[in-house]
Design a protein around this ligand. Sequence first.
Ligand code: SAM
Length: 246
Amino acid sequence: MTTPPSSMQDALGGRAEKQPYVDWIFSKVASRYDLGNDIMSLGYHHRWKRRLVRFARIEPEHRVLDLAAGTGDVTFMLARYASRGEVIGQDINAEMLAIAESKRPADLQNVRFEQNDAASLPYPDASFDRVTCVYAGRGFPDFPAVVREAYRVLKPGGEFWNLDFARPPNAAFDKLYRGYMVASGVALGTALHMDPRTYVYIPVSMAHYPGQRWLEGVMQEAGFETWLDETFGCLMAYNVGRKPER
Ligand SMILES: C[S@@+](CC[C@H](N)C(=O)[O-])C[C@H]1O[C@@H](n2cnc3c(N)ncnc32)[C@H](O)[C@@H]1O
């Protein structure tokens, strides 16, 4: 797809056009996605991802599903822990998954990448010990449907770990933070892709995202026991849900 289907504000604000717009963005940025992340977060995204993987207490035999795996960063980290288990990195975007495949370390045999929609997963009920989702929820047209799917495919006692930008509780700080994201997004999108929209996607999708407290309610409605960790000065939110043992 070479042109976006509609304006970013319209597309990200409603359900119908959101998926084609998000697909357009990620197909466009795939080849330089990792570089863009390193620059925009000053390298910190690795640290925030490592923290999630460490805290998720992955065991060697675990089966793990990494939703919206993108270029595979988190999937590969998970696979080091689930050394005798299996990790599936799923994503809807073929270009992102192709980059992930190209980065696969030669010694990692327990990883598979599969293209499908997180809102309608092709995996059996109760088939994973952990489901992770990193920096992707804002882009889903129907995040509650994805949460219900995560619940369905988890084994009883299994956990869903979601990491995304937080909505800072202080409105003035929130405005300043998003101002920085717009300014740096315009500069980075223009420099890397000759198109400011590619990185302004982040603050615009953040503005349309109801945030970590809303997500916690959605997870509870799906059946999860939840906890929430807002950290790094309230910039990042880790939403965690445990599927109760019967
Ligand atoms: C910001 S990237 C995050 C990638 C990776 N998790 C990371 O942290 O680097 C968001 C990803 O969500 C994927 N995505 C968007 N909608 C999706 C859907 N409905 N199902 C699965 N993946 C989706 C995009 O293709 C993209 O790769």
